[in-house]
Each structure stands twice: as C-alpha cells, then as structure tokens.
Write a protein that binds this ligand. Structure first.
Ligand SMILES: Nc1nc2c(ncn2[C@@H]2O[C@H](COP(=O)(O)OP(=O)(O)O)[C@@H](O)[C@H]2O)c(=O)[nH]1
Ligand SMILES: [Mg+2]
Length: 390
C-alpha cells in the first residue's frame, strides 16, 4: 500500500526563539531525505513575547514547506496542538499529522523512522522511549525519571492498554482519518494531558498502531513549559476517556443491570418464602423474575444499539437467554460444589464472590455479546450458525 502521503509536522512554540532558527535549518536538511512522502511543517505560536513567530515568518519566505499559524493567546499545549491539527487537515490537506517539539528533545533525524511506518499501513505511530532502542535523557534526575515512568504506568493501567509502552510521549504521527474521530474542539485537557486522550481514543477507535523507538534528548536551550504537576490532570483525562469509551459504558451498564437483578432475586426470594410458598417455588420464581429483569434492561439499555424487537424474535431470544442463564447456574453449582469438596465448607461464602466475579460475570458477558445480542462478531461462529439455520 505505497502512496504519496502529505505529512504535516505540527510544532507548537512558546518562547522558543533560541531553538527555532536552528530547528528549521535542521528540518531543511532532514526533510529532503524523505523521498516517498510530501512533508510540510506547521509552527503554531501563541504570539510568543520573544517573537519566535518572526523567525518562522522570515524562514517561510525561503522554504515553501514551512507554514505558520499564529494564535493571539496562549491557552495551553493541548489547545495549540488541536488548532494546529485542524489547520493542517483542513487548510493544508494533511493525510497525516505529526506531533513534534520545538526544543530538540525530539530528534529531527528520527522523523523519517516514524514516516516510514506509513508504508506498512500504520495509522497511529508512537515515538516510544520505553521500548528497546528508545531512551530518556541520562541527565534526568531520579524524580524526573520516576514521574515519567509512574505517569506512564498509570495511563497504561487506567486505559487498559498493556501492549503500549509509552503513552505520554510527545512524538507521534497520526492519520487524519483517525484524528478526525476525536473532538479536537472540546479536548478533556488544555495542557499536556491531552496526549493521553488522543492516544486512548485513537487506539480504542481501532487505529492500526505501532511503536517506533526514539531517543528523547535533554533540553539545552530555552525553558520547559510544564509548570504545574500534570499528574492530577492526567488522571482526569484517563477517567474521562474511559467514561466515554463505548465498551466501558456497556460493561458498566451490564454490571448495573446485574446488580438490579440481584436485588430483585433477593427481594422476591424473601417475599415468596414469607408468603409460605414452597422453597423451590420461591427460588425458581425469584430467579426467573431476575432473569426477566436482566433480559429486559439489557435489551433496552446495555445493548440498545442491537435491540431485539418483535414478539417472535423476543420470545426465541428470551428462551436462549434462559439457556445461557442455566449455563451460568451450572458453572456456579459445579465449581461451588467442587470447591467446597476440595477446600471444605468453611470456604463456601468466600468462594461465591470469586466464582461470580471471575467465572459467572465473564461467562454472561461473553454470552450476551456473542450469542444473545451479537455485538462481537466472529466470522467462524457466524458461518457455523448460518449452517445450522440452513
Ligand atoms: N503554542 C504553544 N506551545 C507550547 C505551549 N506550552 C508548551 N509549548 C511548546 O510545546 C513543546 C513542549 O513543551 P516543553 O516545555 O518542552 O515540555 P517538556 O519537554 O515536557 O518540558 C515546546 O515546543 C513548547 O514550546 C503553549 O501553551 N502554547
Ligand atoms: Mg521539551
């Protein structure tokens, strides 16, 4: 899939005059080495008091690939990048946009390594400091290293993305179709933590991603703009990304419906036995009511995007639902009995929550997604079911 993509490197600046002339000349030396793609550079300056933008303007007369977006106000790094990406995609018609710092912490000679990945079909390319071949500055003291590693780990766990090694890096290349799915006008954070949002939503959105090792250099000129501790901001962003993640929302609703089912089960068990119904009737009746509640609420709420409707369809699916629920009952009974046999009766009450959390919930969730509401599609299973129906 080789094609000539238009890549726009977006470089936000605020008081980077000392770095900018040198950087533009370094880029002028590097970019011609990238042969099979058209590379442009867009500086996004927030009217730096040191007039960084004047350097860009001047050089722009010499280099046709150099562009400047001048903002009247400084509103934070996230805002600067969002404006830069939008400008690059809409005005410069970028196929890919790159995040790149102005201060030589990202190496201009490593740009081509990220760009090369376009030819392999990747849509979200991460310049990674934490994979073999990548590194952070040796000059960094313990606390700086610690903060970077811990911040990364929190993002990795919070976003449930164990396969990504660097989630807070600022050196990245994103396909415009991936970036356009993200609401750049309303980022969850105006500052550095926006990076975690774009990464989280790009990967959750199914972008084909890869990590490429980069050498993160120490800043030699100018000052770092990270003023406050970004940790709280990053936590907020992780929470919001997961809160808006459709898959997490569905799982949360599934849990809520299950909990309501449990309340119904328990209340009617109490009521029926108080009314003097036979023991087995109280159990069967209250359990079936919980099953009806689970089926109805999951159909109307959790899986509303795949809602089952029509009397006939509802009846047959409800029957299926009862069968998968019977499966859950079998698992719980089987493992519970076996567990008590092995461990002894004093473990009965400890076993129950473990069986529910690690076996029954995953089983139910799998069955709902795979069999009942069919939100997860597996070609092989589809073929099998199709054969059965035919
Ligand atoms: N336009 C703009 N650029 C910013 C802002 N904050 C930081 N930058 C730029 O973003 C890049 C990364 O910032 P830097 O201070 O080096 O962060 P650090 O490397 O994490 O210490 C640099 O090129 C900065 O000039 C901002 O509010 N507006
Ligand atoms: Mg920097």
């Amino acid at each position: 899939m080789k094609y000539m993509a238009k890549v726009v490197i977006v470089i936000p600046t605020y008081n980077e005059r000392e770095n900018t002339e040198k950087m533009i000349e370094a880029l002028a030396g590097e970019l011609p080495k990238i042969k099979n793609h058209e590379v442009h550079v867009l500086y996004v300056d927030d009217t730096s008091p040191d007039t960084t933008y004047e350097v860009v303007r001047e050089k722009g007369e010499k280099y046709p690939w150099l562009h400047l977006l001048l903002n009247a106000e400084k509103k934070g790094l996230g805002v600067a990048y969002a404006k830069g990406f939008t400008f690059a995609m809409e005005k410069l018609e970028a196929d890919y946009v790159m995040e790149f710092d102005a201060d030589f912490q990202h190496r201009p000679d490593e740009i081509k390594r990220l760009v090369e990945k376009i030819d392999e079909g990747y849509e979200y390319i991460i310049g990674s400091r934490y994979i073999p071949g990548g590194s952070i500055p040796k000059e960094w003291g313990f606390s700086r290293k610690f903060l970077s590693v811990v911040g990364n780990l929190i993002a990795r766990v919070g976003l449930l993305m164990p396969k990504v090694h660097d989630l807070t890096t600022g050196f990245k290349l994103t396909k415009s179709s991936v970036m356009k799915k993200i609401d750049l006008d309303h980022l969850y954070s105006n500052s550095f933590a926006y990076k975690v949002q774009i990464l989280g939503q790009a990967i959750q959105g199914g972008a084909k991603w890869a990590e490429v090792p980069i050498t993160f250099m120490a800043r030699t000129k100018g000052e770092s703009k990270i003023i406050k501790n970004e940790m709280a901001e990053t936590l907020k962003v992780i929470f919001l990304v997961q809160f808006h993640n459709p898959k997490m929302r569905r799982f949360f609703k599934f849990g809520t419906v299950g909990f309501i089912g449990y309340i119904i089960n328990a209340s009617f068990l109490y009521l029926f036995s108080k009314r003097g119904f036979p023991e087995w009737v109280s159990w069967a009746g209250s359990t079936e009511l919980a099953i009806i509640s689970n089926f109805t609420l999951n159909n109307l709420w959790t899986f509303s995007s795949n809602k089952i409707s029509g009397i006939g369809k509802i009846a047959s699916k409800f029957l299926q639902f009862n069968l998968t629920s019977a499966g859950a009952l079998a698992i719980q009974t089987g493992v519970g009995t076996l567990g008590v046999m092995i461990l002894g009766p004093q473990y009965r009450q400890i076993l129950l929550p473990f069986i529910v959390v690690f076996l029954v919930l995953p089983y139910n969730y799998l069955m709902y997604n795979l069999v009942i509401w069919r939100t997860w599609k597996f070609p092989l299973l589809d073929k099998l079911l199709a054969k059965k129906q035919a």
